[in-house]
Design a protein around this ligand. Structure first.
Ligand code: ATP
Ligand code: MG
Length: 201
């Protein structure tokens, strides 16, 4: 979409930039297509102008969608990998509207786990927690979707599987408060840090 018409006309990209990126509070849209010479067709929503308006409308919606989509980090912990629950857990996440954008199976060292769980360093279970996350292979994933951070936490359920709601991953598969099958970032800010931790560009 880069046709430039007569003097003063702009491309769709320029239009989007003015309207969205520069936060111009108004925009004048005047699209004429092949049917320009046929007045009736031009006013018809099925005509060229209608088509152009719909196209731009879709573009703007898509732009917002792309920018609104949140990312979160998900980990399938050693207890779940050990029991071959990898596919089942992924299936639940996808079914609930989260797209798996990145995925890798890794085994991290205790030092790396300690770095990852640094926020918990004052907790009594810190050492045990880091030992556990580094005890076997894990699958780390970047999930994307609307409200991905909160949505993923809901799908996971409460930290303690005994308290997790029906249908949640932890209720279904969690063994105990420490072997609770999955991890999920708890805020957008932490999600960014955690994604960076595992998927450094
Ligand atoms: P995660 O960060 O793994 O997604 P969470 O956010 O639900 O879990 P946190 O409070 O961040 O829970 O605790 C991190 C992890 O530490 C938990 O997933 C759990 O495995 C472990 N943990 C939390 N509380 C305890 C506890 N009282 N005893 C043992 N382990 C615990
Ligand atoms: Mg947490």
């Amino acid at each position: 979409i880069n046709y430039v018409g007569g003097a003063g006309s702009i491309t769709a990209a320029q239009f989007l930039q003015r309207f969205i990126i520069n936060k111009t509070p108004w925009a004048h849209l005047d699209i004429a297509g092949m049917a320009f010479s046929k007045k009736a067709a031009n006013l018809n929503p099925r005509g060229a102008t209608g088509f152009g308006v719909r196209l731009l409308n879709n573009l703007i919606k898509k732009y917002y969608e792309w920018n609104m989509l949140e990312k979160t980090l998900s980990i399938i912990k050693p207890d779940a990998i050990e029991r071959n629950l990898e596919d089942k857990i992924q299936e639940i996440l996808v079914k609930k509207g989260l797209a798996i954008k990145e995925k890798k199976k890794v085994k991290i060292s205790k030092e790396e786990a300690s770095e990852f769980y640094k926020v918990h360093q004052t907790k009594s279970f810190y050492d045990e927690l880091c030992g556990y996350l580094s005890s076997g292979p894990i699958v780390v994933m970047v999930l994307e979707g609307e409200n991905a951070v909160l949505n993923n936490r809901e799908i996971m359920g409460a930290t303690d599987p005994k308290k997790a709601a029906e249908g949640t991953i932890r209720k279904l598969y969690g063994l105990s408060i420490d072997k609770n099958s999955v991890h999920g970032s708890d805020s957008i800010q932490n999600a960014q840090k955690e994604i960076q931790f595992f998927f450094k560009q």
